[in-house]
Design a protein around this ligand. Structure first.
Ligand code: FPP
Length: 261
């Protein structure tokens, strides 16, 4: 992805002592960065606030993470915003989240235009409230001709459901005679996933210290480098992001083979 290095330097001016943009190899920025945004509720509870305030604060972190991804020159930035299991939360919290998704999307459209960001959604949007769906569709339409970073939001997303859905689609193709069951490849599976056409994540960041995948991108994360930070999502900023990319660049990625460095 084309990167404006001058803007990147300005964005990362005022670095804390332990951190500098010069620690990064700008030729080895991960192509696809994905984040499990976790810890909004705890962030709010620790401050004596309602959990919903944590989600509201999380929107600011998300905006900054989108901008950071663009500045760094990431090609695809994806986030886990709402899982198929999140419907089990109190109804009030679910409603607030759906409302927040819709409002945020409208509010951030100018940013997506300014930064040439193309929206994409991962998940089953059919089950979402009408207004949220309408706004999502508007976001897709308005950014369809953007040629910059892809920002993929996983909403009502569950990886097992996604894989089962791909299996059904492949079974239909086979039953219709369009596909030989013995010739089904990994690429055939991939092209039926919500992420069809996107590169697999190179770096997965999870905030708030939890060491689980929570039904997120199980297929796509096969060779992804994981970075877990104790920082809660509302406190995750451009510096935390830089730390994660720096850690990523110190990993030796072997993809099951031998070391290449
Ligand atoms: C996890 O924190 C966060 C979520 C389930 C929702 C993520 C939503 C946002 C960051 C709001 C903005 C998003 C968009 C797409 C506009 P948690 O509630 O599980 O925190 P906890 O583990 O501390 O309870």
């Amino acid at each position: 992805m084309l990167r404006d290095e001058e803007k990147l330097r300005a964005y990362y001016a005022d670095a804390p002592e332990d951190l500098s943009l010069d620690d990064l190899d700008l030729d080895r920025i991960p192509r696809h960065v994905s984040i499990i945004m976790d810890g909004n509720g705890r962030w709010a509870t620790r401050r004596g606030l309602d959990r919903s305030q944590g989600h509201v604060a999380g929107v600011d972190s998300l905006r900054e993470a989108v901008t950071t991804s663009v500045r760094l020159g990431v090609d695809v930035f994806s986030v886990y915003a709402f899982s198929t299991e999140n419907w089990n939360r109190p109804q009030r919290e679910v409603e607030l989240l759906m409302h927040l998704f819709a409002t945020t999307l409208v509010n951030e459209l100018p940013l997506f235009h300014q930064e040439n960001v193309r929206l994409r959604f991962l998940g089953d949007l059919e089950a979402l409230p009408e207004r949220t769906r309408t706004v999502f569709q508007r976001g897709l339409d308005e950014t369809a001709d953007h040629t910059g970073m892809v920002f993929a939001l996983a909403v009502n997303y569950g990886s097992r459901a996604e894989i089962a859905r791909a299996a059904r689609a492949l079974a239909r193709e086979a039953a219709g005679g369009a596909l030989d069951p013995d010739a089904i490849t990994e690429d055939d599976v991939s092209r039926h996933l919500y992420t069809a056409g996107l590169p697999d994540p190179d770096l997965l960041i999870r905030t708030s210290g939890e060491l689980r995948l929570s039904n997120y991108l199980l297929w796509q994360l096969a060779y992804t480098e994981f970075y877990v930070t104790d920082t809660l999502w509302p406190d995750f900023d451009r510096w935390e992001y830089l730390r994660a990319v720096r850690a990523f660049q110190h990993r030796s990625r072997r993809f099951g083979g031998v070391t290449n460095r």
